[in-house]
Design a protein around this ligand. Structure first.
Ligand SMILES: [Zn+2]
Length: 234
């Protein structure tokens, strides 16, 4: 049982060495947590929640694939940028807390634009059980938790499950990958989504294939409508 000792050690280290901003690596002021004020102001926000449906390129990615109510992303993803660093910290460096912070911040903006009444339930895109065990947490859970907390909406990681591991999928063709993704997810608790307006959340939205597959099974299971939101859109 090394975990408690590791935690104590980490606390001790943080006393000796001030923390760095997870987005730009500048030292944080004592009042700042995870992300510095400069990054907070200057991150590349998409403001997709302010756009009309016809102007929202993220929503258009799903046209003729799955009917969605909304498609939002908080930030733009660029390789080697601040958002890439943030997501790397969230996914691979154990900084689960940054997902919650971003969820809290984004929720405040959604609320300001009266979007908090749009959903009954928040569901994160699940990881496969094996990957979850290896990483220790699902990076989308903390974003879901942060959104749920500030929007005052329930969230659950137990409704939607990933049934197959896709870690080898990069070796497959585009078509095979697509067929694969279609059978990846299962709603294990259909009663929980029946007649619900679901907000499905993920860390990064690229082609939207994963979100699309999840949205389809949620609608099949009886969800009234599905919206999607990602931390970042590539
Ligand atoms: Zn920064």
């Amino acid at each position: 049982m090394l975990a408690p000792l590791t935690n104590i050690f980490a606390d001790f280290i943080s006393l000796l060495f001030p923390q760095e901003c997870l987005a730009c690596e500048e030292l944080l002021a004592r009042s700042e947590k995870s992300i510095c004020t400069d990054c907070r102001i200057n991150l590349p926000y998409t403001n997709s929640h302010l756009l009309a449906n016809t102007q929202n390129e993220l929503l258009q990615r799903f046209y003729n694939k799955v009917p969605l109510k909304h498609a939002f992303a908080y930030l733009y993803f660029a390789r080697s940028g601040r958002v890439q660093k943030l997501l790397h910290a969230l996914k691979y460096q154990g900084h689960e807390e940054v997902g919650k912070t971003l969820g809290n911040w984004y929720a405040a903006e959604l609320k300001e634009n009266h979007l908090n009444t749009q959903w009954d339930l928040i569901i994160p895109v699940p990881l496969h059980a094996q990957k979850l065990k290896k990483r220790g947490y699902n990076q989308s859970d903390s974003f879901a938790a942060g959104l749920a907390q500030s929007l005052e909406i329930k969230w659950s990681p137990d409704i939607l499950k990933r049934t197959a591991d896709t870690s080898t999928q990069t070796k497959k063709s585009r078509l095979e990958r697509w067929e694969n993704v279609g059978q990846l997810f299962r709603v294990v608790d259909p009663l929980a989504v029946e007649h619900k307006r679901v907000l499905l959340v993920d860390d990064v939205m690229t082609t939207g294939a994963t979100l699309e597959a999840c949205a389809l099974v949620l609608l099949e299971a009886g969800a009234q409508e599905v919206s999607v939101a990602a931390i970042a859109a590539a």
